[in-house]
Write a protein that binds this ligand. Structure first.
Ligand code: TYM
Length: 376
């Protein structure tokens, strides 16, 4: 059996239709099972829909992390963002789950903004550009309601003194051939990108340094970031740190055929800053699992399994399991047409974004409360 997914999934690109089961084998991660669901529920008292519905579907040592947490060991959460442009709905999916975990576990979150990564990766970006985008992206993050006392934002270029010592110790453990193979770098990759992974890995070990005790870190993110964690886990023990654990999400799809929601295809992505008109236009133009005509749809029914519009309900915009199931069955049975299904989704997204955008503006003078440098 060929276990390689036909799609391309790297930290910088996701192309094609992703076979998530194949990725489990390819990346060497484990499927989230009823055991992890049970452990989560016994600690938090409930299962977040993103776990229950299998959106967070793969992991490394998520169970070990929960057991360490339960036995009173020092634990922390870590996730991040590469500030390349406006934040879209796909980016906030792991943040919504991270916030839920933070609320339930009442532990610190370390959040890295990799302004260096995006400056190095995109030939045309200036340092001023990534600095401004970082500030704008922070607004989207903190507007989701993260607790400022427990949420510590680190911005690579501005806060390098927290990371550099860790980064050089990490760099000494990773050879050029390893980084080339794991990250897919080529002879023409600039040398900044070759060093950069040390900084994304460094934050896995930072809580142990800052707290002065062995700290078990859990990273909730989409599965595209996995190569970093493979490297981090390989070298953790030899550097004297616990291996970081991960819980991996599937991607929120774009509004076209296949692929993840991505800023490089703005007409198929919903940005947190989009106007109601933008949302309406993009959703109404979305690809669906529907039939070419209303008549055929009534006769044959649609296919919610391949429909990004249905996925948006499932992954973000319908928490009620019963209502989600009804929508699924109504689509399959031809009782629900794509027009009304899309227009309801557009309305839900518009009211979500209206709230978010109001909050976002009110957070402009709150950024300092979240910066790690003001607390450690
Ligand atoms: P970035 O900015 O590409 O992505 C930020 C977060 O969003 C996730 N993501 C998605 N999740 C669901 N559906 C999508 N369509 C989608 N697109 C992106 C990513 O997996 C990520 O969790 N190098 C990183 C920044 C970083 C980081 C980290 C990310 C630094 N440290 C620790 C996660 C964890 C980056 O450029 O992410």
């Amino acid at each position: 059996m060929d276990n390689k997914s036909d799609a391309k999934v790297t930290p910088w690109e996701v192309e094609g239709i992703v076979d998530y089961d194949k990725l489990i084998v390819e990346f060497g991660v484990k499927k989230v099972s009823t055991r992890e669901h049970y452990l989560t529920e016994s600690i938090t008292g409930e299962l977040h829909p993103l776990l229950k519905r299998g959106v967070f579907y793969a992991h490394r040592d998520y169970d070990v992390f929960l057991e360490k947490y339960e036995s009173g060991e020092s634990t922390a959460l870590y996730t991040g963002r590469g500030p390349s442009g406006y934040v879209h709905l796909g980016h906030i999916l792991p943040w919504i789950f991270t916030k839920w975990l933070q609320d339930k576990l009442n532990i610190d979150l370390f959040f890295e903004f990799t302004d260096d990564e995006k400056f190095l990766y995109h030939r045309e970006y200036t340092l001023d550009y990534v600095r401004n985008v970082t500030r704008e992206n922070i607004l989207d993050l903190i507007s989701l309601g993260f607790d400022p006392k427990r949420t510590h934002i680190i911005i690579d270029i501005e806060d390098i003194s927290y990371l550099y010592e860790l980064a050089v110790r990490i760099a000494k453990k990773i050879t050029f051939s390893t980084i080339k193979a794991v990250m897919g770098f080529t002879q023409s990759t600039n040398i900044g990108m070759i060093f950069y992974p040390t900084l994304q890995i460094a934050v896995c070990f930072l809580p142990t340094e800052l707290y002065g005790r062995q700290t078990y870190v859990l990273i909730p993110a989409a599965i595209d970031q996995d190569p970093y964690w493979r490297l981090a886990r390989d070298i953790a023990t030899s550097l004297g740190y616990p291996k970081p654990a991960q819980i991996h999400a599937k991607f929120l799809p774009g509004l076209g055929i296949g692929g993840k929601m991505s800023s490089s295809q703005p007409e198929t992505a919903i940005f947190m800053t989009d106007s109601p008109e933008d949302v309406k236009r993009k959703i109404m133009n979305a690809y669906t699992g529907g039939q070419p005509t209303a008549e055929l749809q009534r006769k044959l029914g649609g296919n919610p399994d391949i429909c990004p519009v249905f996925k948006y309900y499932e992954m973000m915009f319908e928490d009620d399991d019963k209502k989600l199931k009804e929508r699924y069955m109504d689509c399959r049975g031809g009782n629900l047409l794509c027009g009304p299904c899309k227009s309801e989704l557009a309305n839900r997204i518009i009211s979500f974004l209206e709230e978010h955008q109001k909050k976002r503006e009110s957070m402009r003078d709150k950024i300092d409360e979240y910066l790690l440098r003001n607390k450690f």
